[in-house]
Design a protein around this ligand. Sequence first.
Ligand SMILES: CC(C)(COP(=O)(O)OP(=O)(O)OC[C@H]1O[C@@H](n2cnc3c(N)ncnc32)[C@H](O)[C@@H]1OP(=O)(O)O)[C@@H](O)C(=O)NCCC(=O)NCCS
Length: 153
Amino acid sequence: MLRDVIQGDLPIFFENQLDPDANLMAAFTAKDPADRDAFMAHWVRIMASDTVTIRTILFDGQVAGSVLSFEHFGKLSVSYWIGKAYWGRGIATSALSQFLTQVKTRPIYARAAKDNVASLRVLEKCGFTVTGEDKGFSNSRGQEVEEYLLELP
Ligand SMILES: CC(C)(COP(=O)(O)OP(=O)(O)OC[C@H]1O[C@@H](n2cnc3c(N)ncnc32)[C@H](O)[C@@H]1OP(=O)(O)O)[C@@H](O)C(=O)NCCC(=O)NCCS
């Protein structure tokens, strides 16, 4: 289930963001995931932004993660982050597909590290297709990482 984000969700999102495996997987992450002030400042900014839509993902009434759309290089893009305890239960797929019924702008875009198989599969199952590739510096891996660009037409 998706609902609007409330202030009490933020400490859980922060805990999720601390996870080293998740950071390696996502690759394009905060410079210092443990910097609580930077995290809070970022969330205050995105929650107030007219161009960002964010939902909290609930699973069995518990906060499992977040899904959002935001403008990236002038294109509306999606992203999501699920707490590790909830991985592998279809939550990201179900959350993104519900989110896409609420955010109806098309085309809508996404990016994922080429080796983020789970995220690529989530996107594929929600109808995204790979349209290109790029690379960028990964804070969590400390090196350039190749990524796929995806689009839902
Ligand atoms: C990527 C992420 C969102 C996946 O969430 P999830 O709820 O576990 O995903 P789902 O359960 O919906 O699984 C989607 C698909 O990926 C597969 N999958 C899940 N984890 C996997 C893994 N570690 N390796 C390979 N495949 C995996 C699932 O089997 C499923 O495919 P299937 O239907 O063909 O079996 C989650 O691992 C996460 O939040 N990671 C850290 C943040 C991140 O990478 N965000 C995306 C940035 S682009």
